[in-house]
Write a protein of this length. Structure first.
Length: 452
């Protein structure tokens, strides 16, 4: 049984599906106004792993992730740069997908864009106004949270607490009935992009986009609504509020992942440039980021350091060497290991444990091969490759490019070893190390890994 932490109940609970054998997932996608950063990367990787795992478990997954292609941030940038807002959205979206492709994240099954749904959003808002759940102000239309049963489910706060805490501060005066009331429709200023509505030309609020697109594409009572912790409140709370105000059931289960932190001051100069996901994947094998994400629990904060990148790059190199070494082995994967993998992943996606099992199977397979036990090696290797595949970790193909002079030194060292001239082999190893590379011997020859 798959169990996941539900942000609404704050407990790890069985994933109760709406339709047997099928999972519908809606992930809040990016607002496309700039390059994707490392936090986006973690989000995409966490839910890519979830999706792949659920598929591996035999479930039919429908994965929807939207593009917010109209928003204040896009408009502000357009004004600053004197460009067309839609040009920014289109270009930033294309950059987004190229970054996600580098991360080897599967494209969503459906990718709704907010601007394609404005008419449906206007209809929803009109229904909410008609039903007395929303009201018009001088700058747009607001949802009245006091009209919503159970508002505060994800905030884990009562309406009184929320009132004390303040809320949307962009509306001055007494027009808002409650500080947590939020804009469904924003009247546009001159020269801003706008769509017609009964409340004047304007554009929909962000929270209205996702509720309309999710209900349209995965329907009432869909299984999983996910995103970063920062989206839980107010974004997800407010999406839900609109559905509830319409008398509709919304997500059955809420899942949120933790933040990414770059290591402190000391090292930030070297890592400072990798906040941008494209820079990060230029700098490092993109699989390194996936492996780092897998090694942290999705709900925990995750710290990126040069050191942990160094560790995973070395680990990837060993995994690649392993994949090449076991390429010709044939046999059934170790069922016991796969059962342990499934138990770990079923337990709120314990990817760190899954990665431990992967490495343990690799060690077991290598040891068995060293002992010429090809049957045991095939079982362990089969399990390792199956786990790597289920986690979306591609092995064997990608290598860090090693400079020619380092390859030459490693070849020299190989000859020295073959001649049993170990003093010379050691001296060459020292030279390779001094140049920033470590060398390990495998059945396929030397494996060179950059030392971080
Ligand atoms: Zn959303």
């Amino acid at each position: 049984m798959i169990r996941l932490h539900d942000s609404a109940t704050q407990e790890v609970v069985p994933l109760q599906l709406r339709d047997e054998g099928k999972v519908s997932i809606y992930v809040c996608g990016p607002t496309v106004y700039g390059p994707p950063h490392i936090g986006h990367g973690r989000s995409v990787l966490v839910y890519d792993v979830l999706r792949r795992y659920l598929t591996w478990r035999g479930l039919e997954v429908t994965f929807v992730s939207n593009i917010t292609d109209i928003d204040d941030k896009i408009i502000n940038r357009a004004n600053d740069e004197n460009r067309d807002w839609s040009d920014i959205a289109v270009k930033c979206e294309s950059v987004w997908w190229s970054a996600m492709d580098r991360l080897d994240a599967l494209r969503p099954d459906l990718i709704p864009r907010a601007t394609e749904y404005v008419e449906q959003m206007v209809q929803l808002i009109a229904d909410l106004v008609d039903g007395g759940k929303a009201y018009e102000t001088t700058d747009g239309v607001y949802l009245s949270v006091e009209e919503v049963e159970g508002y505060g489910l994800l905030a884990h706060q009562s309406l009184d607490d929320l009132r004390a805490g303040g809320g949307d501060r962009d509306l001055v005066g007494e027009e808002k009935r409650h500080t947590a009331d939020f804009a469904l429709w924003k009247r546009s200023k001159p020269n801003e992009p706008s769509w017609p509505s009964p409340w004047g030309n304007g554009r929909p609020g962000w929270h209205t986009e996702c509720v309309v697109m999710s209900l349209d594409l995965v329907g009432e009572g869909f299984d999983l609504h996910t995103g970063g912790l920062d989206l839980m409140f107010p974004h997800h709370e407010n999406e839900r509020a609109q559905a509830v105000a319409m008398g509709k059931t919304f997500a059955r289960h809420w899942m949120h992942h933790g933040f990414v932190e770059l290591e402190g001051e000391k090292m930030s100069k070297s890592l400072g440039n990798v906040k941008n996901l494209l820079d990060l994947t230029d700098e490092y094998d993109p699989r390194a980021y996936r492996l780092l994400v897998l090694q942290s629990h999705y709900r925990s904060p995750m710290e990126l350091t040069e050191e942990n990148f160094g560790h995973v790059l070395a680990a990837l190199s060993r995994l690649d060497a392993f994949a090449r070494r076991v390429d010709d082995l044939d046999g059934d994967p170790d069922a016991d290991v796969l059962a342990q993998f499934q138990a770990a992943m079923d337990n709120d996606l314990d990817t760190a444990k899954a990665v431990d099992l992967l490495f343990r199977s690799v060690r077991d397979a290598n040891t068995a091969l060293d002992n010429d036990d090809r049957t045991a090696a095939a079982a362990a290797a089969g399990a390792a490759l199956e786990i790597a595949g289920a986690l979306g970790l591609r092995l064997g193909g990608v290598d860090t490019e090693v400079p020619d002079e380092i390859v030459a030194l490693a070849t020299e060292r190989g000859k020295a070893r073959a001649d049993k001239d170990f003093a010379r082999a050691d001296a060459l190893r020292d030279q390779i190390t001094a140049a920033g590379w470590s060398v390990e011997d495998s059945a396929d020859g030397p494996v060179l890994v950059p030392i971080s």
